[in-house]
Design a protein around this ligand. Sequence first.
Ligand code: NAP
Ligand code: MG
Length: 542
Amino acid sequence: MLPRVAAEGLRCYTVPMNFRNINTWFHAAQDGSVEAVHSRFEAAWKALSAELGRTWPQHIGGKDVTGHVAHAEKFTPFDGRILVGRFPVGTREEALAAVAAAKAALPAWRATAWQERAALLDRTADVMTRRHAELSAVMTAENGKSRFEAGIDVDEAIDFCRSYAEQMRAHNGFITRMGSPFPGEMNETRFVPFGVFAVIAPFNFPIAITAGMTVGALVTGNTVVLKPTQDTPLCGEMVYQCLKEAGVPDGVLNVVHGSGSVVGQAMVDSPDVDGFVFTGSVGVGLGILHAAQQHMAKPVIAEMGGKNPIIVTAKADLDKAAEGVFNAAFGFSGQKCSACSRLYVHESVADALIERILARVKAVVIGHPAERATWMGPIINAKAVKTFVEAVALAKKDGGRVLCGGERVLEGALEHGNFVQPTIVDGLPASHELFRRELFVPFVAVNRFQTLEEAVARANDVEFGLTAGIFTEDAGERERFFNNIEAGVTYCNRRRGGSTGAVVDAQTFTGWKNSGTTGRGAGGRNYLQQFMREQSRTIVTD
Ligand code: NAP
Ligand code: MG
């Protein structure tokens, strides 16, 4: 009998895993070492500032490939005058050369004992832990995460490495003795790698998700071609450096920069890529899912967008709800795939809740992401600013009331960056497109409801099903929500993030409907199996 978890409302059992989350900021707060974490970040920021503007290579077959004719210049999102670096514009030929290198490295890597592959992840986690402040600083420069959010992102990468290594051990390398229905017959099942995996990564968790997808493919015996997004190429480079330092063999991990439509598409079209792991928007993800099948049925592990609702009922604790909605909506400027962008609130508590949320919004410090006091930094690029401006204009045109925000922030030095205000819009009809389309900016649409059933129905009435939250002190309401909401990651009464803040090996992260293709979550205990196919082996001994 396995031990029972005593959490109220959860009826689950534990599987033994020797794993602990790193939780850098949380543990520092507990043991009084927060100042030391700040100092390390500040030293790393200073060191990085002197390094910005370099020209970087890409990596094929263990070689640093330089000498490109074309480079893309990546500027910081908080100041468009500051160059992060110059990155090669990878070509279709280079993408295919990287695929060939990954294919050549496959036989040896596939034959490497799973214990050794798991040990590579342990060492990668050690390297990332040592370089935590440096990786955080790179991320702050490149995608504008505050030092707190950047630290959490790096933590997640470390957690992915350690938990996936531990899962290989907990599952004995996914080699299982099966039944023997006939005398003299020995049966086992093995999970074996597909082959070459293309890893296509997003900007918003540029170290965590990039590393998580990459090490998931590697630890299970696949070789990889990684394409980071053009919005965060240096974070992709950092993930490569950490794995390289930890001893990943030549050709097992290759990195090609460049656009999705050239480098990404070349891999999608290649008969030599055996599987895809993608995190990004729904349009791109579904495009890859369909196009990848042109030569052969291939796995496409895709985690895609969201339009995540939080429901606040008449039985909610409104302080908890206001904090949870605020954190979920505006943390990392609304650019988490789990961000709350729809608020459904019972009509009897709507005004009181909104008042509490507005009080929090008023106190938000928007500014340079490396500064300690900053809570909200910039959004990623000019295209995102355009999305924000157009959404506000559309809301106004269709009769929405802008309760807060709605404008760009152009004061002082911020005029050189992509800064916008946290924005809440009330009064649009529940069927309006601003309740349906993912914007990926700090923009929340509010709708008032009368019954929980009505709220859940509206929450479900979209193509997405990533995360969802409820605030209620009523156990019956909570159960009705959990049992009827169409979302892969669900929360009740979570102040730290009413729909956000999943942690490795705690909340398995998967999207339902058009938010994901597999129904198995990253950071969960059923994730790694997706990078392998089963082979049943029968040996007759009589
Ligand atoms: P994105 O614009 O869809 O890009 C993701 C990646 O796909 C980038 O590397 C991009 O390259 C590449 N790409 C674009 N076109 C391609 C093509 N035709 N073939 C192959 N690859 C192609 O996503 P993003 O803006 O970086 O990230 C935000 C999105 O990710 C949001 O929708 C968010 O909800 C989602 N997300 C989901 C999760 C989850 O777990 N469900 C987690 C994080 C983020 P370039 O950009 O370099 O062209
Ligand atoms: Mg994008």
